[in-house]
Design a protein around this ligand. Structure first.
Ligand code: PBG
Length: 324
């Protein structure tokens, strides 16, 4: 491989050659758009730490979904912001809860849109934890029943995919069992398999008003120092019935995405989270970086690392550029 026989610049000579030899490219098919839905009518409440992203009431949400669909984005993931929260997160598994109603309306207006739901009670609990709480303890097994009920109400409303993000042990098995017993054997499970205890979730917690009121999530989400453990989580979730596994966050965990991709034969998703979005937006606002360019570069890096699908708040913005 020595100079002057080999000159790597030959294959960088012009745009046509670059296109021909490019190993990875981004497509709208790769994108999944997260959306926040709240009660009310005509509500479109911007999230201050996520410029361009809002919590929307159902009527407004449908307008966004129309645009998302017209841009060719195949899927959305819904997060609910209920009016009432309690210690058991009852609204999470209310068959007429905000997400359940949103799923029904989105699927009836846009049957081809793939609708994913986040299965986790933290947006619905007054303590903000992803599991039931006893004293200072987050209960694992007792939470599984609530998660299963929640997933079943989502499936019954018409969700194509349920995505447990709570990080309780055994939840994929519990959800799969409940779905199968209730004739939802075709509902897909996308598990947040390797979900790290991350500072990058900050803006999301503002959006969903879901910061834990005491303690933190370190007893259930993964330690950022661990890599082997992500494979144990992923293998276990697949064994329990996960159809798709996810790594979250994405940008600081590209090595994990890569490792998981190399080890498993199921599709791998990555969640480019709220803090990753906020950092780019904040720097671009100050003209410190070219926002569009770094957005596309980050999304491409996540795909290059091995993710076949990317959950990103940039979905529509990126799709507009990719379609142009
Ligand atoms: C939990 C959940 C969280 C996110 C997605 N699902 C928050 C958390 O674990 O605190 C974060 C997503 C983001 O930051 O964009 N329901």
């Amino acid at each position: 491989m020595s100079f002057p026989i080999h000159r790597y610049r030959r294959l960088r000579a012009n745009a046509g050659i670059l296109r021909m030899v490019r190993e990875t490219s981004l497509s709208t098919d790769d994108l999944i758009e997260p959306m926040f839905v709240c009660e009310g009518k005509g509500v479109r409440q911007e999230i201050s730490s996520m410029p361009g992203i809002a919590r929307c009431s159902l009527d407004e949400l449908l307008k966004d979904v129309r645009e998302t669909q017209s841009l060719g984005i195949p899927a959305i993931i819904l997060f609910g912001i209920p009016d009432k929260k309690d210690s058991r997160g009852s609204e999470a598994y209310n068959p007429d809860g905000i997400v359940q109603r949103a799923v029904r309306e989105v699927k009836s207006a846009f049957p081809d849109m793939v609708v994913i739901t986040d299965v986790c009670i933290d947006e619905y609990t007054d303590h903000g934890h992803c599991g039931l709480v006893e004293g200072n303890k987050i209960l694992n097994d007792a939470t599984l029943e609530l998660l299963s009920k929640m997933a079943e109400t989502h499936a019954r409303a018409g969700a194509d995919i349920v995505a447990p993000s709570d990080m309780m042990d055994g939840r994929v098995q519990a959800i799969r069992k409940t779905l199968d017993e209730t004739s939802h054997e075709d509902t897909i499970i996308l598990s947040y398999a390797a979900k790290y205890a991350s500072g990058f979730y900050g803006p999301f917690r503002e959006a969903a008003d879901s910061s834990p009121k005491f303690g933190d999530r370190c007893s259930y989400q993964m330690d950022p120092g661990n890599s082997d453990e992500s494979l144990r989580e992923v293998f276990q979730d697949i064994e329990e019935g996960a159809d798709i596994v996810m790594v979250k966050p994405a940008l600081s965990y590209l090595d994990i995405i890569r490792r998981v991709r190399q080890e498993v034969q199921v599709p791998v998703a990555a969640y480019s989270v709220s803090g990753e979005y906020a950092m780019v937006k904040a720097a671009a606002e100050r003209d410190w970086v070219d926002g569009e360019r770094v957005m596309l570069e980050i999304l491409l890096s996540i795909k290059r690392a091995g993710a076949q699908m990317i959950l990103t708040y940039f979905a529509r913005e990126a799709a507009k550029i990719l379609n142009a």
